[in-house]
Design a protein around this ligand. Structure first.
Ligand SMILES: Nc1ccn([C@@H]2O[C@H](COP(=O)(O)OP(=O)(O)OP(=O)(O)O)[C@@H](O)[C@H]2O)c(=O)n1
Ligand SMILES: O=P(O)(O)OC[C@@H](O)[C@@H](O)[C@@H](O)CO
Length: 397
């Protein structure tokens, strides 16, 4: 189900602006912010993610939390970031009634865990209040644990990291007091004082906590995600030989992408869950494995398809075929590799962006070096851009 647009309440109420990103809410009893445990353990923590806005400033029909970034709804990135923090026990997302079903399908499709839904309110504060009420409920069938601290985090701030969340939670537990913050902080802090009789502490967040507000912010979010997932490349070879063209290409890639992590593995070693040997890797360069009956290529693609990698981000796979361009006419070689197109179309359905690259494995050292350099530049572009228009293309270096 596609999320629907929404209209503003007739009286939007007071719109609060405040500190960037994660902040602590200090609800009235029965939720207490006073930390029972000393030290830097977070204790029992829950999070409320308000996601009931219309995204009026974004100027598109779909509320921004459901807008797609690299084919995945923005809110799914935020949920993923919160879920990674194992000490957050429950995550309550507040959504409007009309988008409840769409939210459920997002949770199911992307396998999000520890999420509960509550109905959003007409304003952000009302949405937050509803989320807090869900956590404070005293119903016997309520599966949520009553937390000591609740993190309030906008569903449209996808780049939140554990360290800032921990700092906020510890500040909520330990501090709870700063006249300076109340003087120079935001009206959120005043609200905490007025309604919960808590003097709140302002914790400075990193710049990455910015909020998606305008249309161009979606492009910025996409660029940040692309950069993050392009930090690691795995070069898959079909030989252990240190002198192999795979190792030469790995070297060329190191020169081209000097800040990236490049690992290599031999095709035989691939098996089981690809995550077991490579963390956070969404780019695979398979060298020399391209042949019409390439079982190895299919094996790698099958492992990728079965993993959760392409569910979360587009995975780039480049099949590099190395041969001496003077030995076989290029056109003839390309014809024999047309099958890559069909395969690419098939795996694109599963968010795997497959393309082929012909590398001139020339006897002439200068030509070989040129082709290696050109190959590295093409691979860098494929990895960084993740451009689906290049899927199934046979590129020549
Ligand atoms: N009634 C509302 C209004 C806002 N929010 C949420 O509060 C967060 C931050 O608010 P904001 O950026 O202002 O979102 P919108 O209200 O959607 O945007 P706009 O003001 O442009 O309409 C968003 O995750 C938004 O979904 C909410 O849960 N309930
Ligand atoms: O309307 P703005 O975009 O300025 O900010 C919305 C804020 O209320 C919201 O993002 C909170 O994080 C502030 O604490």
């Amino acid at each position: 189900m596609e999320p629907g647009p929404c209209s503003r309440p007739a009286e939007p109420g007071h719109c609060v602006s405040g500190p960037a990103g994660a902040g602590s809410a200090f609800p009235e009893s029965p939720l207490s912010v006073a930390g029972a445990e000393p030290g830097n353990r977070p204790g029992t923590v829950a999070a409320v993610l308000p996601a009931g806005g219309c995204g009026e400033r974004m100027g598109v029909r779909t509320p921004k939390q459901f807008c797609r970034v690299l084919e995945r709804p923005l809110i799914s990135y935020t949920l993923q970031a919160m879920e990674r923090v194992c000490w957050i026990k429950d995550i309550v997302v507040t959504v409007t009634g009309e988008n409840m079903e769409a939210m459920r399908s997002i949770i199911q499709r992307y396998g999000h865990k520890r999420i509960s839904l509550a109905e959003a309110g007409a304003t952000r504060h009302r949405s937050i209040f509803n989320g807090l009420k869900a956590l404070a409920e005293d119903q016997p069938d309520c599966k949520l644990t009553k937390p000591e601290v609740v993190i309030i985090h906008d569903a449209v701030r996808p780049f939140v990291e554990e360290d800032i969340l921990l700092r906020v939670v510890l500040a909520a537990k330990e501090h709870g007091c700063s006249d300076f913050d109340l003087e120079f902080g935001t009206e959120c802090l005043q609200l905490a004082l007025k309604y919960c009789h808590r003097k709140a502490k302002l914790v400075e967040g990193p710049p990455a906590l910015w909020k998606v507000t305008y249309k161009q912010d979606l492009c910025a979010a996409e660029a940040m995600i692309k950069e993050k997932i392009s930090q690691e490349i795995c070069v898959v070879m079909n030989t252990k030989d240190e002198e192999s063209v795979g190792h030469l290409l790995e070297e060329a890639l190191r020169k081209e992408l000097n800040c990236m992590k490049i690992t290599s593995t031999v095709m035989d070693h691939i098996g089981g869950d690809i995550r077991n040997f490579i963390e956070q890797c969404y780019s695979f360069i398979c060298v020399n494995v391209v042949s019409p009956d390439s079982q190895e290529t299919r094996k790698l693609l099958r492992i990728l398809e079965e993993s959760s990698l392409p569910l979360l981000y587009p995975v780039v796979v480049v099949l590099v075929h190395c041969f001496d361009f003077t030995s076989v006419p290029l056109a003839q070689k390309m014809e024999s590799l047309v099958w890559i197109r069909g395969l690419a179309k098939e795996v694109k359905e599963r968010n795997i962006l497959l393309s082929g690259l012909l590398l001139n494995y020339s006897q002439d050292e200068q030509k070989l070096q040129e082709s290696l350099g050109q190959s590295a530049a093409i691979i860098a572009a494929l990895v960084k851009e993740r451009n689906s228009a290049l899927v199934g293309q046979l590129l020549v270096a």
